[in-house]
Ligand binder design. Structure first.
Ligand SMILES: Nc1nc2c(ncn2[C@@H]2O[C@H](COP(=O)(O)OP(=O)(O)OP(=O)(O)O)[C@@H](O)[C@H]2O)c(=O)[nH]1
Ligand SMILES: [Mg+2]
Length: 309
């Protein structure tokens, strides 16, 4: 990932001139000694690379401006060769615009029972799969997990989540297909409230931007189940579109955090940077494949290591 970005850490000068770009300062730290023109070229190249990696334009602008400022005021003083200096410059710049305070779901769940999470998102973004992965995570930590099969809309959805429940060994509360999804969520919360250390994961139907009925239904599920957090699943492959999805769902039900799925299949990786930088809401987990264990608690350092190394 970010192959082009790595390429563009290089200045267009000859190698012997380039070594002049870094000069030693006080015998220990290196500082960048290139001209403003070089800095503009570096920041401009970074912006192009970010756009190619699916970072949204205003966010790419913001990041390249922050980098330019850091280079200009020489606030970047790092040890190492030129490439690692630039890499660290890019890393610290992205961190400056994309750091969001992290939320630990397991920790939150240990403080409140039942801990209720409602999952929303567009069709096929990975709600059901992520719920299964999270169910296993909570079960492994000793929680009593209840899944609410509140996608009563799509044919086969109830059977799909019931099968996951069977495989993982957690309870799935379900009604018949076409039933009221809010009633299913209500029953699941009621059942869980009789158990200690319990977690409720509410699966919901996938909805498109233009589907008013399903958007209204989502608000009703929220009202009746009163979730502690509403989590939006986003498919990394949607690229820059994930920002508009995040805004749409946030306007409808107020999103608390994200799960970004399919990052194993996303060669670009920039959508996550836009999402964090623009919305300042946390990414809780990322999906890295189709099996239950392909699920990683998100941290920006982990992600940047993946992108830049
Ligand atoms: N490679 C990969 N595939 C994933 C990941 N998460 C989910 N999938 C796949 O994406 C497809 C859709 O996943 P679902 O969990 O059914 O998505 P959904 O949001 O519940 O879909 P609807 O209920 O139809 O709205 C399935 O084939 C999953 O196996 C992931 O992290 N990586
Ligand atoms: Mg589903």
């Amino acid at each position: 990932m970010f192959e082009k970005l790595k390429e563009k850490f290089k200045l267009s000068k000859k190698e012997d001139e380039q070594t002049q770009v870094i000069k030693e300062e006080r015998g220990t730290a290196m500082t960048l000694g290139a001209s403003s023109k070089d800095f503009e070229e570096i920041a401009g190249n970074l912006k192009i690379s970010l756009l190619e990696a699916d970072v949204a334009l205003p966010v790419a602008d913001r990041i390249s401006n922050v980098l330019l400022k850091k280079l200009d005021d020489k606030s970047i003083r790092l040890k190492g060769d030129r490439n690692s200096v630039f890499k660290e410059a890019v890393r610290s710049t992205i961190k400056e615009v994309a750091t969001v305070s992290q939320v630990d779901l397991v920790d939150m769940a240990s403080k409140k029972s039942p801990f209720v999470l409602m999952f929303v998102g567009m069709n096929g973004t990975g709600k059901t799969t992520s719920i299964a992965k999270l169910a296993e995570t909570f079960k492994d930590k000793g929680f009593y997990v209840v899944i609410a099969a509140s996608d009563t809309f799509r044919a086969g959805a109830i059977e799909q989540i019931a099968l996951h429940g069977e495989k993982i060994g957690v309870r799935v509360v379900k009604h018949q297909a076409g039933g009221d999804p809010a009633a299913v969520a209500f029953d699941a919360v009621k059942h869980a409230s009789r158990m200690e250390k319990s977690v409720v994961l509410i699966d919901t139907a996938g909805r498109m931007q233009n589907n008013k009925n399903l958007l209204e239904e989502m608000k009703k599920i929220k009202k009746i189940s009163n979730p502690d957090l509403i989590i939006l699943t986003l498919d990394a492959l949607a690229g820059t579109d994930i920002l508009s999805q995040a805004k749409l769902f946030d306007e409808a039900v107020n999103i608390n955090g994200y799960i970004v799925t399919k990052i194993d299949a996303d060669a670009k990786g920039g959508g996550i940077i836009s999402l964090l930088s623009d919305t300042k809401k946390p990414i809780l987990y990322v999906g890295t494949g189709q099996t239950y264990s392909d699920f990683v608690q998100f941290s920006l350092d982990w992600y940047l290591n993946r992108l830049l190394n």
